[in-house]
Write a protein that binds this ligand. Structure first.
Ligand code: HEM
Ligand code: HEM
Length: 204
């Protein structure tokens, strides 16, 4: 068996690290959006509300850390090339959509962190009930926090629902690749195909 190092032209799918980060972050974000819906629309007893907010903050900060890792990984590891059959306009749209998804994945948890840093209630963030998490330095010492908190709440709200819409479009695009175009794109982010194709790559 000859071992041939891969270059970006040979790689037709994402690697295991990119796939793992994509799915762990995706699950985290879907949970956070679900929690956001409950926080907004379900009346719970105050203790449950407190615990839900703490869990939301804990998962949100964890997502922020994983997204930083993911961005670093992506900047140092090229994405697999898209199929030649894909029209230029669609490639551009895909890149733009992925860029927007990355942007919101960074901005959204940052805005949440900023929001709790200026909270007039001043409730500390303790990740999963064990690790104290600091407020953002400058914001935590502001004199008049109320108006800044209101702006950040509005921003977090709109950024979250923009991300939700983008995720729906993203999933719709994937389903189009699965059921209409029937090309290789839909399988590029699936873990169980990754190991099989790595085996194939290293064999020839
Ligand atoms: C829930 C939040 C999600 C976010 C934030 C997200 C984000 C992203 C991003 C940024 C990329 C581009 C990766 C890169 O080139 O570096 C990507 C690719 C991909 N995602 Fe998602 N995703 C999410 C959910 C999903 C879901 C639910 C599916 C399955 C239906 C999915 C399937 C895919 C596939 C197949 C690709 C590869 C597309 C390609 O190769 O061009 N994603 N995702
Ligand atoms: C990708 C990460 C995140 C997502 C997808 C997300 C999503 C959401 C959603 C959908 C809501 C409900 C918004 C509304 O309808 O008004 C919400 C509210 C909230 N989020 Fe996040 N969030 C994230 C990260 C964070 C982080 C990191 C923190 C803090 C450390 C945070 C703190 C909060 C708080 C305090 C609220 C309640 C705001 C209010 O009282 O109006 N979030 N989030």
């Amino acid at each position: 068996m000859t071992m041939v190092p891969m270059n970006s032209a040979q790689v037709s799918r994402y690697g295991m690290v990119a796939i793992t980060l994509h799915w762990v972050i995706a699950i985290g974000i879907l949970m956070l959006i679900g929690m956001g819906l409950i926080m907004d629309h379900v009346s719970l007893d105050p203790m449950c509300v407190f615990q839900l907010y703490q869990l939301h903050k804990s998962i949100g900060i964890t997502v922020l850390m994983l997204v930083c890792l993911r961005v670093g990984w992506r900047l140092t590891h090229a994405a697999p090339p898209l199929p030649d059959s894909m029209p230029v306009r669609e490639r551009q749209m895909a890149h733009l959509a992925h860029l927007a998804l990355y942007g919101l994945q960074v901005i959204l948890p940052l805005s949440g962190w900023a929001m709790v840093s200026v909270s007039v209630l001043g409730i500390p963030t303790v990740l999963f009930g064990t690790v104290p998490w600091p407020d953002l330095p400058v914001l935590a010492t502001l004199q008049n926090k109320g108006p800044v908190e209101a702006v950040l709440k509005g921003f977090h709200h709109w950024a979250a629902w923009t991300l939700a819409v983008l995720i729906i479009l993203h999933v719709a695009a994937v389903l189009r690749h699965v059921f209409i175009l029937r090309d290789s794109v839909s399988g590029r982010m699936l873990p169980w195909l990754a190991s099989a194709s790595r085996h194939k790559r290293w064999k020839n």
